[in-house]
Design a protein around this ligand. Structure first.
Ligand code: ZN
Ligand code: ZN
Length: 357
């Protein structure tokens, strides 16, 4: 490759602070097990904002300057010599949890919760750049009928799908709290997996409208109604079988527990920014609540399920995407993400690839 340097967005300071736009980053050199990807587009994640804010989670993980960006899709332009199942020209998205391959969890079919996991675009350089490298077994071939833009959604929204997978929702009444992009994935997944009644709550009417379009049977604005009271009326005073929390908010989690029947499943998908306190005896133990966490996606079951969901009747990619920005305009893109405006915002290293409206 003649090009030696590339453009990218780097978190340079180990403390709170914005990204730096660089034009002098070396093009990543791949090892024998890696592929080099020419990035088509990369979505901004809430985690990227947490990293800029340098929250506690970030402080434990980010130890050196890093090119951010982990929700990406692009084309393979080079493969290492051990790589057999990927070739130049393949369209791929990336699993951001890079498992070690040899710990207890990796050896027991749980690589997504690997003890030594590295994180693409967080603990190692990612895809807010013209090129990114990653181990080839962390790439997912994008089905032909999905766009690059849709493929950027596997990683972030897969957590919502994984939440629905963990909850075994078939034939059950389900509450999903929160309907940002990950919530919408959980909603369409719950319908796909056969939830009998799907109730969605949030604090914004416009988001609830989209939730309905993506498959929610009933929606409630928790600013306006007493959710637990509504749900008890709907379920003959029993409560829902499953509650999936996508907010990570302490208030929302306690509310979900009040809506959940004894013996029900609470699945946590949304990442709290600080510790959440429970009344363990009264809220969980006496009621035999099963509490399950979700970390990323099952590799590759969640991805395969999500590909089906994206092609199914409930999920609508366009409703989940926000605005599209050239990489040089990253400040506008991040400002929109911070504003809470709906939709995943995408950054394109090559502005000519931004689809016309
Ligand atoms: Zn993310
Ligand atoms: Zn491992």
């Amino acid at each position: 490759m003649e090009q030696k340097f590339m453009r990218g967005l780097v978190k340079a300071t180990m403390g709170p602070g914005e990204l730096v736009y660089r034009e002098d980053l070396p093009i990543p050199e791949i090892n024998d097990d890696e592929v080099l990807i020419k990035v088509h587009c990369t979505a901004i994640c809430g985690t990227d904002l947490h990293i800029l804010d340098w929250d506690e989670w970030t402080q434990k993980r980010v130890k050196k300057p890093v090119t951010l960006g982990h929700e990406t899709a692009g084309d393979i332009v080079a493969v290492g010599k051990n790589v057999k199942d990927r070739k130049v020209g393949d369209r791929v998205s990336c699993e951001s949890h890079i498992p070690c391959g040899h710990c207890y969890f990796c050896e027991n079919n749980m690589p997504h919760i690997c003890k030594n996991v590295e994180l693409f675009g967080i603990t190692q350089d990612g895809a807010f750049a013209e090129y990114a490298k990653i181990r080839s077994d962390c790439t997912f071939l994008i089905p032909d009928d999905l766009s690059y833009e849709a493929a950027c959604l596997f990683e972030p929204m897969g957590a919502g799908v994984h939440g629905a997978e963990n909850a075994n929702v078939k034939g059950k009444t389900v509450l999903v709290s929160g309907c940002g992009p990950i919530g919408l994935a959980a909603i369409s997944a719950c319908k796909h997996f056969g939830a009998s009644m799907l109730i969605v709550c949030a604090r914004t009417d416009s988001k609830l409208t989209v939730a309905k379009e993506m498959g929610a049977d009933l929606v409630f604005n928790t600013k306006k109604v007493d959710l637990a009271q509504e749900i008890m009326e709907l379920t003959d005073g029993i409560g829902v079988d499953v509650a999936i929390d996508v907010t990570g908010s302490e208030d929302a989690i306690h509310t979900a527990l009040r809506c959940l029947r004894a013996g029900g499943d609470l699945v946590g998908v949304g990442l709290p920014t600080k510790p959440v306190t429970f009344d363990l005896g009264n809220e969980i133990l006496y009621r035999e609540i099963h509490l399950t966490g979700v970390s990323g996606r099952m590799i590759w079951k969640t991805w395969e399920d999500f590909a089906e969901i994206m092609n199914g009747p409930y999920f609508d990619t366009e409703k989940v995407l926000g605005e599209k920005y050239a990489m040089i305009d990253y400040k506008d893109a991040f400002a929109r993400s911070r504003s809470g405006a709906p939709g995943k915002n995408l950054i394109y290293p090559d502005a000519s690839l931004i689809p016309e409206k």
